[in-house]
Design a protein around this ligand. Sequence first.
Ligand code: FES
Length: 178
Amino acid sequence: MNKENHSVTQKIVEKWGARKDCLIEVLHDVQEECNYLPREILTEVSEELEVPLSRIFEIATFYKGFSLKPRGRFWIEVCMGTACHVQGADIILEAFERELGIKVGEMDENMDFSLDVVRCVGCCGLAPVVTINRDIYGKFGPGQVSAIIEKYRSIPKKKVDIEKKYKEIKRKMKTENG
Ligand code: FES
């Protein structure tokens, strides 16, 4: 196992206390840290949490938010559900493909963007819809494609500080629970 992957696993497993019932949270953190779930890390998580690797793969393939292949730091999904399709989602998709120089299911060479399609994200009233990571853009038009790519591309690359994030979550939980 490479050193970097090993330390990612250690930090995340320590954070959650190597608990089996925190498997999904662990996978979420791995996904956030690496933008996908590297097999090497999943193998180590399986050993640390004593959960069979097959179970981890079951979960990783069930939830769409997880990816087993490398993904760009920004994951663009163009909704191709009926409401979005009739509002021209295919033209938006073509505009993204052209602008990024990639096809659906691919990642650009800088590992900034991955492009995918999705069947309805549940806000058909806003059709056509595009999501980028957790951001939702409704009433989206092909003319907005270059600007939105530029906006995300200009966000500096930085690794997620897991410790800091964990402290934030704990603080939030404390406030919510009084
Ligand atoms: S069809 Fe696109 S949000 Fe429902």
